[in-house]
Ligand binder design. Structure first.
Ligand SMILES: Cc1ncc(COP(=O)(O)O)c(C=O)c1O
Length: 389
C-alpha cells in the first residue's frame, strides 16, 4: 500500500451511513459502478468489472477470453501461484514456461511450450514490469492463441502506449493490500469484448440474479460463483484510483534516479526492462553474474542498504518449485473434479527443475524496493553508494 487516508475514510463513512453496502438492489449507480466506469477509462477498455480478488479477476478474464476446460494456458515460472490456480479453477491446464532476464515470460520459451492444445498465453507483469508484449502478440497471432494478461501487480503500467491489462483479450487486476492501489482485498477484470464481459458478469455473480439489467445480458446464464465487490470496496477504489497517477509519478521518479546511479555499478548490472516508460516503478531488479556473487553481496551489504532488498528466488509461492499442489497435480479438492484427470488431453509432467533458466536468473537477481517515502535526492544518493560497492 502506498497511499490511503481521509478521502477513503470519508468515502467508507458515506457508504456505511447510507446503509447500502450491497452494490445491487438499491446500490446500483453507486461506488462500484463509478469505479468500473473510471477504471475502464483509465485502462482504456470498453468494460471493467469489479470483483472481490485478483484471483477471481483472472478466472473471469480466462472465461471472457474463451478458455475452456482442457485447454492449455502458458504461465510464467515466476508469478504468484494464483495465476496457475485460476487456470485450474477453469478446468484448464497451466503449462509452465521460463522467464528471461526481464523476469517476465520468455517469448522463446512460450513458443517451445505450445502444443496442439494450447489456447492462451498468460503474461504476468510482475512488480509492474511490462512483459515483451510485442513478441507475445506476434506468437499469439501466428499460433492463433489468445492473451490473458495478469496485471494484478501492474495497475497503471503500460507498454507502447497501451495500459497493461488492455493489450490482450482480457486482463485481471488485484487490489489486495500489497498492490499499487488497494482496498485491502479486491480485483477487476477488463476487456473490450461484450460477450466476454457478460460471461464474466455471470460467473462473478452466481448467475447474475441480482443485477437489474440481468435480462439484457447477451449470453445464456450458466452457474457461476460469487466474486461480487461491495460498495465499501468500490468506495475505497474510487478514491485510490484518483491517487494512481500521483503514486506512479512518485515511484517512477525514484526508480529513474536509482537506475541512473546503479547503471554505473561494476558488481552487477540492471536487469533488462521490456519498456522503461511503462514500468510502474515498484522495484529495481539487479543481476549478478553468479548466484555466489549475489549471495555474497547480499550478505555484505544487504543489512546496510536503505532499500528493501529482496531475492525473487526466495519469494515462496511466487516461484514455481513452491507451487506444491500444481507440481503434484492435485488440481482440485477431489479427483473427480481434477482437471488433470478429467480434462487434460495429454499427460502433463512437472518437476522442480523443469525451468532451470528461470531458477538461474531468479537466483542471481536482487530486487530493490523503490523507497516511496524517500526524496528523489535521498534515493539517488543511496543508489550511488550501492553502485560504488
Ligand atoms: C501476479 C499475481 N497474480 C494474481 C494474484 C492474486 O490476487 P489476489 O490475492 O487479489 O487474489 C496476485 C496477488 O498477490 C499476484 O501478485
Amino acid at each position: 500500500m502506498y497511499e490511503i487516508g481521509k478521502r477513503e475514510i470519508d468515502a467508507v463513512a458515506k457508504v456505511i451511513s447510507s446503509g447500502m453496502m450491497f452494490r445491487y438492489r438499491g446500490g446500483e449507480g453507486g461506488w462500484c459502478d463509478k469505479f468500473e466506469e473510471a477504471f475502464a477509462k483509465t485502462i482504456g477498455t470498453k468494460y471493467a468489472l469489479s470483483v472481490s480478488s485478483g484471483t477471481g479477476a483472472l478466472e473471469c478474464a480466462l472465461i471472457a477470453a474463451g478458455v475452456r476446460p482442457g485447454d492449455e494456458v502458458i504461465v510464467p515460472a515466476f508469478t504468484f501461484i494464483a495465476s496457475p490456480l485460476a487456470v485450474l479453477a477453469m478446468g484448464a491446464i497451466p503449462i509452465i514456461a521460463d522467464v528471461d532476464e526481464s523476469l517476465a515470460l520468455c517469448p522463446k520459451s512460450v513458443e517451445a511450450n505450445i502444443s496442439r492444445y494450447t489456447r492462451a498465453i498468460m503474461p504476468v507483469h510482475m512488480s509492474g514490469r511490462p512483459c515483451d508484449m510485442s513478441a507475445l502478440k506476434r506468437i499469439a497471432k501466428r499460433r492463433k492463441l489468445v492473451i490473458v494478461e495478469d496485471a494484478c501487480q501492474a495497475a497503471g503500467g503500460s507498454y507502447r502506449g497501451k495500459r497493461l491489462g488492455s493489450i490482450g483479450k482480457a486482463g485481471g487486476f488485484s487490489f489486495n493490500q500489497f498492490k499499487i492501489i488497494t482496498a485491502g482485498e479486491g480485483g477487476a477484470i477488463v476487456t473490450d469484448d461484450l460477450t466476454g464481459y457478460d460471461k464474466a458478469l455471470i460467473h462473478h455473480d452466481g448467475g447474475c440474479v441480482f443485477r437489474k439489467h440481468a435480462d439484457k445480458v447477451s449470453t445464456p446464464f450458466f452457474a457461476g460463483t460469487n466474486f461480487r465487490a461491495s460498495e465499501i470496496t468500490g468506495a475505497i477504489l474510487c478514491q485510490q484510483l484518483k491517487r494512481l497517477d500521483g503514486i506512479l509519478r512518485r515511484l517512477r521518479a525514484r526508480r529513474a534516479a536509482i537506475r541512473a546511479e546503479l547503471a554505473k555499478a561494476k558488481a552487477f548490472r540492471l536487469s533488462p526492462c521490456n519498456e522503461d516508460a511503462g514500468d510502474c516503478g515498484v522495484s529495481v531488479p539487479i543481476l549478478f553474474e553468479t548466484v555466489k556473487e549475489m549471495r555474497a553481496f547480499l550478505k555484505r551489504h544487504g543489512h546496510k542498504a536503505p532499500f528493501w532488498m529482496g531475492t525473487p528466488i526466495d519469494t515462496g509461492r511466487h516461484v514455481y518449485p513452491n507451487w506444491t499442489p500444481i507440481l503434484k497435480k492435485h488440481g482440485a479438492f477431489d479427483p473427480k473434479a481434477d482437471p488433470y484427470r478429467i480434462h487434460a488431453h495429454r499427460q502433463i509432467s512437472y518437476s522442480k527443475d523443469m525451468c532451470r533458466k528461470s531458477l538461474d536468473i531468479l537466483g542471481r537477481t536482487i530486487a530493490l524496493g523503490v523507497p516511496y517515502d524517500s526524496t528523489v535526492a535521498d534515493a539517488r544518493q543511496a543508489a550511488r553508494a550501492l553502485a560504488r560497492l
